[in-house]
Design a binder for this molecule. Structure first.
Ligand SMILES: O=C(O)C(=O)[C@@H](O)CO
Ligand code: MG
Length: 260
């Protein structure tokens, strides 16, 4: 049976962030993920997790200036010091939240720098991050993101992610396989999930094209979830979708997967 984690950056937006942990638990989730913890003290988030008996399964490293469009710095040659500081900061949160995975965002492709330079920066930064993460018992992961949601994002296709993961070492770096992005960029999502299984350390889901809950768009999710289960994937699937209406009203698809 697939295991779903609530993405509380996108779900339960009816509530202030710190109240979304209890709401996710009450809705039947046993785990949560979110984009960023950095606006809150780690101890405060840890208390919410503990009080609700929730596992924290994923969050992202610092993205740079998010409000001004930055989406990570791993590929940026002139931001190496900031990248390292960000990973260290993230790992302090990982320790406090007992979170075993960290999404290391690639960043936007800057103009005027050869792709080879960006690729070697990306590989070197990921190699360094993998070493730091390993010491902390955390698996760093990378996510291909479609160009519609984040125009100019450096990592778009699963084949590009696999090449980098193989260069850094699949035991040191994993794939964050977001089926929403894959459906937009590549399609063939259930077969991709099975083929990429050796690399996948985390999955995420939203229906296309609206990025709402499963069942609001074009994908046959019961078929896809059965295929993922049959592939042998036993990790978490983050519900990284914007509910079409109220979060709870859109959880009908989850009824058959929620913990008893
Ligand atoms: O956008 C996504 O998809 C994510 O998983 C985010 O963590 C990256 O912005
Ligand atoms: Mg995602």
């Amino acid at each position: 049976m697939p295991r779903f984690a609530a993405n509380i950056s996108m779900m339960f937006n009816e509530l202030p962030f710190l109240d979304r942990f209890a709401a996710a638990r009450a809705a039947g989730f046993e785990a949560v993920e979110f984009l960023f913890p950095y606006d809150f003290p780690a101890a405060e988030i840890a208390t919410r997790l503990k009080d609700q008996g929730l596992a924290q399964v994923l969050f992202n490293g610092p993205p740079g200036d998010w409000n001004n469009g930055e989406r990570g710095s791993a590929c940026l040659p002139d931001r190496r010091a900031e990248f390292r500081e960000g990973i260290k900061r993230a790992l302090d949160y990982s320790a406090a939240l007992a979170c075993p995975r960290l999404h290391v965002m690639a960043g936007l492709t800057p103009a005027g720098i050869p792709r080879d330079t960006l690729l070697s920066t990306y590989a070197a930064n990921l190699d360094w991050a993998a070493e730091e993460c390993m010491k902390a018992g955390v698996k760093p992961i990378i996510e291909p993101i479609n160009h519609r949601d984040i125009p100019g994002f450096f990592l778009n296709r699963t084949s590009e992610a696999v090449a980098i993961i193989n260069a850094v070492g699949p035991e040191r770096l994993g794939l964050q396989f977001d089926l929403y992005h894959c459906q937009i960029t590549e399609g063939d999502v259930s077969r991709r999930a099975a083929e990429l299984l050796p690399y996948i350390a985390h999955m995420q889901v939203a229906d296309t094209p609206g990025r709402h809950e499963p069942g609001t768009g074009e994908v046959n999710w019961p078929f896809v979830f059965d295929a993922i289960d049959a592939s042998g994937y036993r990790g978490w699937i983050g519900c990284e979708y914007r509910p079409k209406g109220e979060t709870l009203a859109g959880l009908g698809w989850f009824a058959k997967y929620r913990a008893a």
